[in-house]
Design a protein around this ligand. Sequence first.
Ligand code: CTP
Ligand code: MG
Length: 229
Amino acid sequence: MQYEVVLPAAGSGKRMGAGKNKLFLLLQNKPILIHTLNVFQNDENCTGIWLAVKPEERAFIQQLLDEHHITKVKGLPNGGEERQHSVHSCIKEMEQVDIVLVHDAARPFITQDIIARLVETASEYGAAIAGVRAKDTMKKVRDGKIVETVDREHLWMIQTPQAFRFDLLFEAEDVAEKVGFLGTDEAMLVERLGYPVHIVEASYDNIKMTTQEDLVIGEAILRKVQGTH
Ligand code: CTP
Ligand code: MG
């Protein structure tokens, strides 16, 4: 089933501390951004890619797209102050499609298999997001003291992609903008309207490149993936 994808890429990478957008850092000699884009470029069900970018980085990103033969990008609108604003600037420029995915450009290890399951589930139920089960014992802490041990059975760590029927996400973002609600992911915007959001069990490999350690882990994940092919 076909879909289009929104990739917010307009962050600053402060926690990575590289002094530039972390998406330009290399993993096995290729920018993180290109690793992510290649997954969608190579997925025949992906019919369009929308990239939210910083205006001052647009020319460089366009150059990267040309160099790496990324041909599916339909638009590179300006990102915003927060990730949610960056995603919204893409949604506002898109033509209506059935299913739209939102995926952090900083998660290069997403697979076509997980994408396909998200698209199917969103098509059936309206909204589906990727996540993995919490592995550690989880406790709620306040002022340095345990408040309670939370039942891990019901706890999931949430990732992207997050997949939606286009009209559902459009409505959720529109309402969020009007009331000035800022969520930490797209699902939150949909949840607050009372729509059910389904979870698709994804992979612990689908990490977000956030801090320096992730670069080391990322190289290891790449080696593992290559070893299995
Ligand atoms: N992003 C964006 N617009 C923003 C903030 C983030 O498009 N205003 C994008 C990032 O480029 C990244 C994704 O959203 O692909 C996830 O965000 P995060 O991992 O937080 O990246 P940064 O915001 O760049 O990093 P940091 O929070 O450490 O500064
Ligand atoms: Mg951020």
